[in-house]
Design a binder for this molecule. Sequence first.
Ligand code: HGY
Ligand code: MN
Ligand code: MN
Length: 418
Amino acid sequence: METHVSAHTLIARCALLGAFSEEPDRLTRRYATPPMRQVNQAVTGWMRAAGMTVRQDNIGNLIGRYEAAHPDTPTLLLGSHLDTVRDAGQYDGPLGVLVALACVERLHARDERLPFAIELLAFCDEEGLRYPTTYLGSATVAGAFDPAWRDLTDDAGIPLAEALQAFGGAPAALPQDTWHGGALLGYCEVHIEQGPVLEAAHLPLGLVTAIQGQSRFTLTFRGEAGHAGTVPMHQRHDALCAAAAFVLEVERAASATPGLVATVGQLNVAPGASNVIPGQVTLSLDVRHPDDATRAATHAHLRQRAEHIAATRRGVVEWQLVGEQSATPCSPQLTRLLERAAVAEGYPPRHLASGAGHDAVMMARLTDIAMLFVRCAGGISHSPAEAVAAEDVAAAIAVLERFLALLAEERTPPTTTT
Ligand code: HGY
Ligand code: MN
Ligand code: MN
């Protein structure tokens, strides 16, 4: 009889969680929404069955704890996120939570305790879809939650403080959610690669060296709304035309800088009618580069360009920083251990940088981090086309399991013979 969770079971679990969505025909699971409650419920059941004690913190993270062989031992953190982007795939986030859970299930099935406790953090918001910020869950655990975020509002005007309360948390108690459980050994996150490098190299797994930095902004171009039929072209102050010129400027600047990626992914046109000249456009800007100085120089340049474009069209632009993360290196020590685990399981140690952001960025404020990437089909993510192979998931479980065993070995004092 199989005593542990197979890769096939794990993929079936991802599909099960993927059915919990705010929208009937596609997967969208934003922070503190009813489907987030449903995934937390499902994962709670699996965590309990794996011998973990489970709690939900004030921000809404689901936390399972598997005790160590002895009290007063340090803790290893494992985790990833359970929220999604809009029209998402099933693996970005949940895969990492469920691979870590599979390893704990295997320990529990063997009735094995390690010389450290494991806390599995299933973060409630990594994507930043509902509120204009990212990493709400991991920022809270890392003690980086900005109290001003409590007043942020979603598209329906619901303040974050209200949403978290409705989800079972207490805004005033958020500081208590900062890690206070004693010594940490580190944080390790398994995640789909979200890029094409591993697939091109015909490798199932990769070891992350660093996570590139990113800056996110909201820009508001203001012009003048007017009648689409009566205002001559030369007398218009069309905010969408200004925004469109800026979008192309973003593409130009990013293409001219090696390694730089920049994206305008959201555009809200107001008043938003076919017979009205757009008076105001709000757009998002996401800028990333492995080198922090290059990223900063690029967004400074883009800001100048935005102001220039607005001015030449006799409008104005407001530029608002939404969030900024420096490039985050992974811990060489923990990554070496992960590499030893990969090699021991027969997988070549391919190192690569992460273009996507991860909860590990926030956790690096608290402790050493390491990340294991799993190949995904076509390098596609943030799309329902996300796919992973069962053999690759099995490889990830085996390597994380081996990583735990190596860490346990390192922490077990050698027995002395008399
Ligand atoms: O946007 C990111 O890099 C991440 O997937 N949230
Ligand atoms: Mn994502
Ligand atoms: Mn993710």
